[in-house]
Design a protein around this ligand. Sequence first.
Ligand SMILES: Cc1cc2nc3c(=O)[nH]c(=O)nc-3n(C[C@H](O)[C@H](O)[C@H](O)COP(=O)(O)OP(=O)(O)OC[C@H]3O[C@@H](n4cnc5c(N)ncnc54)[C@H](O)[C@@H]3O)c2cc1C
Length: 310
Amino acid sequence: MDHDVLVIGGSFAGLSAAMQLARARKPVLVLDTGMPRNRFAVASHGFPGQDGRSPADIRVRLRAELSAYPSVRFQDGAALSASREDTGFRVSLNNGNDVTARRIILAYGVRDSLPDLPGLAERWGASVLHCPYCHGYELNRQPVGVLARDEMAQHQAMLLPDWGPTTLFTGAAFRPTAEQEQSLKKRGVEIEDTPVAELIGSGPALEAVRLEDGRTVPLAGLFLAPQTAPSSDIAAQLGCEMRDGPTGPYIAVDQMQTTTVAGVFAAGDLASPMANATIAAASGVMAGVAAHRSLIFDPDLTQQHERASS
Ligand SMILES: Cc1cc2nc3c(=O)[nH]c(=O)nc-3n(C[C@H](O)[C@H](O)[C@H](O)COP(=O)(O)OP(=O)(O)OC[C@H]3O[C@@H](n4cnc5c(N)ncnc54)[C@H](O)[C@@H]3O)c2cc1C
């Protein structure tokens, strides 16, 4: 086998996993296409010690720290397919080469799909957002909106008044029940049923949304829940069990980030219903530790994995 561990995806989760293996002096290859999910945002918030830095800067720093460990190698490129081979795995890359490794850590993240509204995509990560904890503070208590896609909108609209006066745009996507409407009222949320036609303002800033009847509603930020899908189908190729999450499918893992396939671990957004850089990094740490232990306690991959619990 070429490596003890292959980490597919070199961002928050993958680099954190590789760090644990590097510190155990294990040969590890980190394969990455350099497109972390938060690359649309100018700054990343809430990651301990890195609050307000650009996502690209954080990645450079994490990679620089890892580069100090001689057993770690980086390769730019995509993993296209993977299969079990003997007591490890064979992975084909987009440069036509194959690599083999005794264990695999899947950390290739998810892709977002956004509603098709004029003015929306170009503001993603700046004034069109999904996570108030990540970017709500910077809106400085100005008016914000929630663009409903489904029932998740109720949850977002209940949270958002802590960041600014909130309007819930239900459109045709979601209608709160009488009880939900009461809860929204208590939080001071306005409900607007006329569908949003476009986002306006000198982008990437947002000044208002124009409704289908021509009225405009001033807003500094518009929140929504994007639909998500894994960035690759490698987990499916390997036979990993999936779960349905609030925005899309994610890989089922247990508390050690072990998937349902022996020797395959998964971490970060693609293995969690909750997306956050710090949570991704923490799960990466666990996956790195679990892969290391698997090399020691189950070298020939003979143990059956227990059913993943989340
Ligand atoms: C607009 C936006 C802003 C955000 N802001 C914040 C914030 O301020 N704070 C916060 O805590 N969270 C934020 N998040 C969430 C955060 O981006 C994610 O939780 C975090 O990036 C997940 O880390 P990850 O390592 O799981 O995946 P990613 O960071 O998405 O990294 C996955 C990596 O895998 C690579 N890859 C994909 N496919 C392959 C393949 N086949 N082969 C090799 N490599 C591959 C990608 O190029 C990428 O580098 C934001 C999300 C979005 C969408």
